[in-house]
Design a protein around this ligand. Structure first.
Ligand SMILES: NC(=O)c1ccc[n+]([C@@H]2O[C@H](COP(=O)([O-])OP(=O)(O)OC[C@H]3O[C@@H](n4cnc5c(N)ncnc54)[C@H](O)[C@@H]3O)[C@@H](O)[C@H]2O)c1
Ligand SMILES: [Fe+2]
Length: 421
């Protein structure tokens, strides 16, 4: 059996946020709202449209605005403590992936103060058959996510990444209990996003779509969403990047595309590109979307092999077919090519052109990571990437040495010869 899960409600269209919030009073009778965001968004008035509407409806609210980028367990615990005192019956997370993920963790801690993160972070092959039973969520508070970047897709995913600031260890949590109850996708919240965020979060959505399409857990349902999202991103991301608030159509299309890509990977999961990006980000502080962008070409080539050393563990097909899947993507994007190999090359070329248009550099080295620092961390990064939760759904099961080689290629660039030893 396969499945498709999404939040109970997803509101879309520019300007929908205050209208969607009317449900709190009219349909679900909520009285106390706890808003979670980061300091920048709070100081720049992003929560005002929410608090104005709550005031108008006579709903009591408070705001926690101390979420940091790559949120820590410490700040999630602080937020949860404030929740315990305030006793909300609704949580509204507004922000990029960081604020939404932090709010999900606060929600877990609020509903289940005794949970152990080590247990929750136990890896699994199949989310439906895992050994650890995640506690039931939503008994105290309804969870609403409002993205301000396009995007991580966290508003429609059952995932949250949190870092233990004492050890630096990142806990990627995954369980459908973490799925928001409602997502409100209002591009008004994204109009003035800076170029760097537009580029990084937009290319993150490209990697979500491509990994969902290649995943062993891909279905007709996730393919539809991921393909359409990709087409929209190729058309509208350069415009959103170039023109920002002067091109509201591009902003809205990007908002929808990022959420659609989120729905695709919420169900098909990701792959080794994200496994490697997680560790590259953690060790060398490269933003999440950029880290994926730097590894994407390598992973596409790696996954396309018709004679892999090892196949994925539970494929739904008999022979490797990822090359065909990428060729299908190239066809859908109207790229040329007579053979599947040519189509793959044209797809990689199109991704490189897109990256160039949004000023993403070519190699890890271009981001100022010193060669010695990179090489000193390479073994550890490769081992940890192999062990990442996302590796399990990759269509080709990587060897640690192959991960290492992909890191090296992405560090030095295409034309250099740097073999892993
Ligand atoms: N849960 C998931 O499914 C999932 C998926 C992918 C990534 N992530 C996580 O998301 C995080 C990255 O999220 P992100 O890329 O959205 O960035 P972010 O949330 O870390 O925000 C980056 C910066 O941009 C600012 N910002 C956000 N929206 C803005 C706006 N509209 N205008 C101006 N500034 C704005 C923020 O204040 C912050 O300073 C990473 O921690 C990553 O691990 C989660
Ligand atoms: Fe991502």
């Amino acid at each position: 059996m396969l499945w498709f899960r999404a939040p109970e409600k997803v509101y879309i269209k520019r300007g929908c946020l205050p209208v969607a919030l009317e449900e709190l009073k009219e349909e679900i009778n909520r009285k106390r709202v706890f808003i979670v965001t980061d300091t920048f968004l709070y100081k720049n008035g992003y929560t005002k449209v929410i608090t104005d509407k709550l005031d108008e409806m006579g709903i009591v609210h408070t705001t926690f605005y101390n979420v940091e980028p790559d949120p820590s367990l410490k700040s999630a615990k602080e937020g949860a403590k404030e929740m315990e005192t305030f006793e909300p019956d609704c949580i509204i997370a507004i922000g990029g992936g960081s604020a939404m993920d932090a709010a999900k963790i606060m929600w877990v801690l609020y509903e289940h103060p005794d949970v152990d993160f080590l247990d929750m972070a136990i890896r699994f092959q199949d989310i439906r058959k895992r050994v650890y039973k995640f506690p039931k969520m939503g008994e105290k508070a309804y969870f609403i996510a409002v993205p301000t970047s396009a995007g991580t897709g966290s508003e429609v995913t059952p995932f949250a990444v949190i870092t233990d600031e004492r050890t630096g260890v990142k806990y990627p949590l995954a369980d459908y209990e973490l799925m928001p109850d409602m997502a409100i996708v209002d591009s008004n919240m994204m109009m003035n996003a800076p170029k760097g965020l537009t580029a990084a979060s937009g290319i993150d959505a490209v990697s979500h779509s491509l990994e969902a399409i290649a995943s062993m857990m891909a279905t007709d349902y996730t393919d539809g969403l991921a393909l359409r999202a990709l087409k929209m991103i190729f058309e509208y991301l350069p415009r959103a990047y170039e023109k920002g608030a002067d091109d509201p159509e591009a902003r809205e299309k990007m908002a929808n595309a990022a959420t659609m890509a989120g729905m695709a990977f919420a169900n098909a999961f990701l792959g080794v590109c994200h496994s490697m990006a997680h560790k590259l980000g953690a060790f060398h502080h490269i933003p999440h979307g950029i880290a994926n962008a730097l590894l994407l070409d390598e992973v596409l080539r790696f996954n396309s092999s018709n004679v892999p050393e090892k196949m994925g563990t539970f494929p739904q097909y008999e022979h490797p077919h990822t090359l065909e899947r990428y060729a299908e993507v190239a066809d859908y994007l109207n790229l040329d090519g007579n053979t599947n190999e040519e189509k793959l090359e044209n797809l990689i070329k199109a991704i490189d052109e897109l990256k160039k248009k949004i000023e993403i550099k070519e190699t890890i080295r271009d981001y100022g990571i010193e060669e010695k620092d990179f090489l000193d961390t390479l073994d550890e990064m490769s081992q940890q990437a192999f062990d990442d939760q996302c590796t399990g759904s990759n269509p080709r099961y990587p060897l640690i040495s192959e991960i290492k080689q992909m890191y090296l290629n992405a560090y030095y660039g295409k034309n250099s010869k740097n073999d892993a030893v």
